[in-house]
Design a protein around this ligand. Structure first.
Ligand code: HT7
Ligand code: ZN
Length: 844
């Protein structure tokens, strides 16, 4: 397969002045007629007229009205064209019904919809399908569907047709079309300059009661982007459509966002607090792309983090403002460590801006998205808030309507601040997570902190240069008072010392506050000092981090030395949990144990071979000991954290319910599931019902409730996804694969729906001890299903291969078992390019 390189970038040799498309919809024989005005660029480096095209049946093509016979070449066509502006016309036939890959124009439950990012437009018609080719689009849809939507503003609509015009030049990956029997949840928004915008969320009949929350989230996002970034919406209408079959979460098509229904539909009865928060964040994310992605897009797909990192950063700011900033930061760091750190330390490691790829779909990764956002967080921390917004204003002014690069992005920071960004740019070009070792000395009145940074080799990058690392530090006195407020140390060398003078006594340093850089902090610290920070740190992130370090440390000692749970830590934890003056959301976070995969990650970082069984046993023993230690308080805590009144999906209620759920889970270890059974019976919202069912299933006492849950919700596909996933997630390790296998035989299981497939297979891959069970049954079941899915949906298959990416950190037996499965996948006849790329890189 061909490898694409950043260094080979060459602009397209033609301007695209305007695009007009006519769709004649038919399930298996849709006709697409294109009329495109091209103008040759006088000084084009590559004057070839090449149009991408895949799985298209070309009926005819014309240039300036004259029929032509283009030459079919790999991935598209070439044609001899005039030396002056000309009109290209073509008619192609495509088969939306047969398109199970969910890329291009496809059908989901009888409804037509599209997914064009990254390279799906070439499955709709012949076109220069690259993000630096921007043009205005006019679309006419002919069909009998009740609702027919495309990008931009509506034009004429009549019997059997609808026309749309998008005045904003855009790349083809932002094209969208939806047609079907849909119902809208309408609303309106007035922008700060007084423009009236029609808003709609379009859903299948029956789902109209699940749109109100998403609509409120959209309006909040529109207001927030005006207030914080000065960005206003720019069309007369903004449509969102919910689709059941979708490979990812959502897509920011201009004026016509398409959402996986799981990321927009919500109701208290069917959605958990976590679902509500995620929906709010994804609606914001897609909306924010209108400026960071659509108005300013990427020159090529190597620059993907230009739009994704920035938009994730913006949606995180939004969630922090709408909910609790510390809780959001802690949640994000947990996710970063769970998803990005393993990627950065394994065979799939790549920089936020990769320099080569075979299949771009495989680069929608935690590194591009989440690390991309962390890099922007560091930039903001280094230049300060005022300079950050000054640089962003310049970015929007300078680059509106353009397709840009990371160089353009860093240049606005250089121009706005006068700062040289050369060294900072290494964050975009170097893969791997820096390990920062810190040592402390206190002499006279001076504290010296010495940091050393090191990044392990990653594929294709054997050596690394030192990066700029912002390290936020505060100092606490013996009584817990803050004697040095947060200050950002700017580390630029491989080894560097910083001093704090005029100190009366040795302080306790709080280092890497707010997780100021995406690094592993290697700090030798006693548990007494950690307990002190857990009790006193004024930085909420580092307070949590101290508790997390204690929790991790005791778990590591249990796994490595067979130690008992640390009594001092249990004591500190029980004190904090019992203290009703503390924020419930914070107590819930401190109670949430580090995941078993996270313990495996830390063991690996410290040079050990993780043993999934021992890690699982330690987690169980610890939870049981904690439940015992808290036994006298659990009933009171459970009662005290019950939220009265009607369900409201806000941060305060969610925080209380999170604590209530954590307490219920401990209580269920002692009361045989009695409280959980009662909660399940009485629950009037999904958060409580789901939490209760999880406790019961974990205790192997939930068979009746599981059946009752199924009977109640079997018509609701999103709740059914939860039911499928929960059974796998709560299975004993030795039963996880068997449970998942049985579920794949269930009448409601279908391999063709990515949500259902992920519910079962994703839950299996996420069940650390179950997936890595020494029988190898987890590995072979996942591999078997990936092989079955590959020919239908390569994109989802390839993404889920990442479940195997950590294989080399395990013992030889497990490595052999996984290698056998990976080789089976690699050897599959007709394996897709997507999956082949992933498996080859994982095996290397
Ligand atoms: N920009 C969108 C990415 C996306 C996507 C990429 C590849 C294949 C299918 C896809 N669906 C959506 C989503 C986002 O980041 O907002
Ligand atoms: Zn995005």
């Amino acid at each position: 397969p061909e490898t694409f390189y950043l260094k080979d970038y060459t602009p397209f040799g033609f301007e695209v002045e305007a695009v007009a498309l006519t769709f004649k919809l038919a399930a298996t024989t849709t006709r697409v007629i294109s009329k495109i005005r091209f103008a040759p660029k006088p000084d084009a480096a590559d004057p070839r007229f090449f149009l991408h095209g895949e799985a298209l049946n070309l009926i005819w093509a014309k240039i300036d009205g004259q029929e032509v016979t283009p030459q079919m070449v790999n991935g598209g066509l070439e044609c001899t064209v005039p030396g002056q502006p000309f009109t290209w016309e073509a008619e192609v036939e495509i088969d939306p019904q047969g398109n199970t890959a969910l890329e291009g124009l496809y059908m989901s439950n009888g409804m037509y919809c599209t997914q064009c990012e990254a390279e799906g437009f070439r499955k709709i018609t012949y076109y220069p399908d690259r993000p630096d080719v921007m043009s205005t689009f006019t679309v006419r849809i002919e069909g009998s569907e009740k609702v027919m939507l495309s990008n931009g503003n509506p034009g004429t609509t009549g019997d059997g047709f609808a026309e749309w015009h998008d005045p904003w030049p855009k790349p083809a990956y932002l094209f969208a079309l939806v047609a079907g029997d849909l119902i809208n949840h309408p609303d309106r928004f007035t922008t700060k300059s007084g423009k009236d915008v029609e808003l709609n969320i379009w859903v299948r009949p029956g789902d109209e009661g699940k749109c109100a929350f998403g609509m409120e989230a959209l309006k909040k996002s529109m207001t927030w982007d005006e207030e914080v970034y000065g960005r206003e919406y720019d069309l007369d209408i903004f449509n969102i459509v919910a689709v059941d079959d979708f490979n990812m979460g959502a897509m920011e098509n201009k004026g016509l966002n398409i959402f996986n229904s799981s990321c927009v539909l919500a109701s208290p009865e069917t959605s958990t607090d976590a679902n509500f928060e995620r929906i709010e964040a994804i609606i914001a994310h897609e909306y924010f792309h209108n400026w960071t992605g659509n108005r300013i897009t990427c020159r090529d797909w190597f620059q993907l983090c230009l739009k994704e990192g920035l938009t994730v950063f913006r949606d995180a700011q939004f969630t922090s403002d709408m909910r609790s900033a510390p809780v959001k930061r802690i949640d994000d760091v947990i996710t970063l460590r769970a998803r990005q750190f393993p990627e950065d330390g394994g065979p799939l490691a790549h920089p936020p801006r990769p320099e080569e790829f075979q299949e771009i779909n495989n680069f929608y990764t935690a590194t591009v998205y989440e690390k991309g956002a962390e890099v922007i967080g560091m930039l903001k921390r280094l230049v300060g808030d005022d300079a950050y917004y000054k640089a962003l204003d310049l970015y929007f002014d300078r680059h509106d309507g353009q397709a840009c690069t990371i160089e353009d992005w860093l240049k606005v920071f250089e121009d706005a601040t006068g700062r040289d960004m050369t060294q900072f740019k290494l964050w975009y070009s170097q893969a791997g997570t820096p390990r920062v070792k810190v040592s402390e000395s206190f002499v006279g009145d001076t504290l010296t902190l010495t940091f050393e940074q090191e990044t392990a080799p990653t594929p294709g990058q054997p050596t690394k240069d030192p990066r700029v690392i912002p390290i936020a530090v505060g100092l606490l006195g013996a009584n817990g008072d803050e004697i040095q407020p947060t200050t950002v140390l700017e580390m630029t060398e491989a080894k560097q010392s910083f001093t704090f003078t005029g100190l009366a006594a040795k302080p306790v340093a709080s280092i890497l506050r707010e997780f100021s850089a995406p690094v592993v902090l290697d700090r030798q610290m006693g548990n007494a000092e950690r307990a002190f920070l857990l009790a006193h740190d004024t930085d909420p992130f580092n307070r949590w981090e101290a508790g997390n370090a204690l929790a991790t440390d005791t778990r590591l000692r249990m796994v490595l030395n067979g130690a008992a749970p640390d009594a001092n830590y249990l004591d500190a934890l029980t004190k904090l949990v019992r203290d009703d003056s503390q924020d419930p959301a914070f107590r819930a976070l401190v109670l949430q144990p580090p995941s078993q995969a996270q313990i495996a990650q830390v063991l690996f970082e410290q040079g050990h071979t993780p043993d999934p069984e021992k890690i699982h046993d330690a987690a169980e023993t610890f939870a049981q000991s904690l439940a015992q230690a808290l036994s006298d308080s659990l009933p009171r805590l459970y009662a005290a954290t019950t939220v009265d009144g009607p369900y409201v999906p806000d941060a305060e209620g969610a925080g209380k319910r999170a604590l209530n759920g954590a307490v219920l889970s401990l209580l269920s270890r002692l009361d045989g599931g009695a409280a959980a059974a009662k909660q399940f019976e009485a629950a009037d919202n999904m958060t409580l019902q789901y939490a209760a069912l999880a406790c019961l299933l974990r205790a192997e006492k939930g068979a009746d409730q599981s059946q009752a849950f199924f009977d109640q919700w079997k018509e609701d596909r999103l709740v059914m996804d939860k039911w499928f996933a929960l059974q796998v997630a709560t299975a004993k390790p030795e039963n996880a694969a068997q449970t998942a296998r049985a579920l794949t035989k269930h009448a409601l299981f279908t391999i063709k729906n990515p949500n259902r497939f992920r519910a079962v297979m994703g839950a299996l891959a996420g069940h650390h001890a179950g997936f890595h069970h020494i029988s190898g049954a987890g590995y072979s079941l996942l591999a078997e299903n990936l092989m079955a899915l590959d020919s239908l949906n390569p994109q989802t298959t390839a993404r889920m291969c990442a479940g195997f990416q950590t294989w080399k950190r395990y013992d030889e037996t497990r490595q052999r078992l996984i290698q056998t499965e990976l080789e089976k996948i690699a050897g599959l006849n007709g394996l897709s390019r997507d999956t082949s790329d992933m498996v080859t890189r994982i095996l290397e």
